[in-house]
Design a protein around this ligand. Structure first.
Ligand SMILES: O=C(O)CCC(=O)N[C@@H](C(=O)O)c1ccccc1
Length: 367
């Protein structure tokens, strides 16, 4: 398969409610879409880099620049199949979200041309998934309780609460007391704590959490291992894991016993599967994290989350959790489950009218 060129497109989707984490508050999701045109047809993907480098060093305009000046030119001369993309980027350091978007668009085109779904290609074993929901930091605990109540009524089987210093023990205690011991409850700190907070964080053990996600800085595996040694609640890593190599290091240092796999953070769906395989080999469960994706990323994440080792509910909510209007048909939660797309490639394409309405910029990059 050869590339004829690619379109980079920016879309802007207003969030239905502000999404506040320890990294800041988001009211709009700007997303970068990649559409590759090949001699075998087109492929779509979403780059999950945020407009600011707060979650990780990548950011939307930077990713567009890396894609435009380095990643696409590296592929233009090549005869492509899915396994050829990452090796062609090996001389270019880091930028996993940009690399993931280009690899996924090529993978989508290659699979569509062969009438194969991403789920089948990756090795999915489920056709529908129960999923979790991520709930941001709220102004009051009462507001949080209302959101949790609605989320459970919507059918989400796991509630993830964002925490940060000053918003942690009390909201967790109130949610646990209000909704009982059976609700699967997790917390996500997005690196907001310091190793000196370890004694304080061990108090979370009292609330039967399914995991504590990424309390410390991405590079500080030692602090995570120290906390893990003092808690019965499992430690899950997100920002720390950017490759299968990172996953092996974290597991060997006993820094985590669960891994949140986000394809953009680790460089794509093929590396995601490698991390899944490594975790399975070490007996660790994994789950699929979210980056407020549009339907393009949501569709691909559902395929990944259907692999056998994804035994914990992922952050793959129904579209309406975040967006009134998406660039694709909405994903819905039916009887607490999300269906895994079965069509060719990622199984969905943008609706032209919705895409036009939400587009803020496009550019064509010829081979
Ligand atoms: O449901 C979703 O897509 C969002 C899930 C979520 O909480 N994502 C968090 C995270 O740290 O996991 C996040 C998203 C975007 C940016 C920063 C953080």
């Amino acid at each position: 398969m050869r590339l004829k060129g690619a379109e980079l497109r920016k879309v802007e989707l207003p969030l239905v409610t502000p999404f506040r984490t320890s990294l800041g508050t988001q009211t709009v999701r700007e997303a970068l879409l990649v559409r590759v045109v090949t001699d075998e047809g087109e492929g779509w993907a979403e780059c999950v880099a945020e407009d600011e480098p707060t979650y990780c060093p990548e950011y939307l305009e930077g990713a567009a620049d890396v894609i435009r000046r380095f990643l696409l030119p590296a592929l233009f001369p090549l005869e492509l199949d899915p396994a050829a993309v990452a090796p062609a980027f090996r001389h270019l350091r880091a930028h996993p979200m940009a690399k993931s978007a280009v690899e996924t668009a090529v993978l989508d085109a290659w699979l569509r041309a062969r009438d194969m779904s991403l789920a089948a290609y990756l090795g999915a074993v489920r056709r529908s998934l129960s999923v979790g929901v991520s709930i941001g930091i709220k102004d009051t605990v009462d507001e949080l309780l209302g959101t949790v109540d609605k989320s459970l009524a919507d059918g989400y089987v796991r509630i993830k609460l964002k925490i940060e210093p000053g918003w942690d023990l009390e909201p967790v205690r109130r949610v646990r007391e209000t909704f009982g011991a059976d609700v699967m409850l997790t917390v996500d700190a997005n690196t907001a704590y310091k190793p000196g907070d370890i004694p304080y964080l061990t108090k979370l053990d009292a609330y039967g959490l399914a995991m504590i996600e990424q309390p410390f800085a991405p590079g500080d595996l030692h602090a995570h291992a120290r906390l893990a040694a003092r808690m019965s609640t499992p430690i899950c890593l997100d920002e720390s894991i950017t490759s299968a190599h990172d996953a092996v290091a974290a597991i060997r240092q006993e820094a985590c016993s669960i891994i949140n796999i986000k394809p953009g953070r680790v460089g794509g769906y093929l590396e995601s599967r490698r991390i899944h395989d490594v975790a399975q080999a070490h007996g660790l469960p994994v789950w699929c994290g979210g980056m407020l994706e549009t339907g393009l990323g949501r569709a691909a994440n559902l395929a990944l989350a259907a692999l056998p080792g994804f035994t914990l509910p992922g952050d793959i909510s129904a579209t309406r959790r975040y967006y009134e209007r998406d660039i694709t048909a909405p994903f819905t939660l039916v009887d607490g489950e999300m269906s895994v797309p079965e069509g060719p490639g990622i199984g969905i394409t943008p609706e032209p009218s919705l895409l036009e309405a939400l587009t803020t910029a496009t550019e064509w990059i010829p081979a």
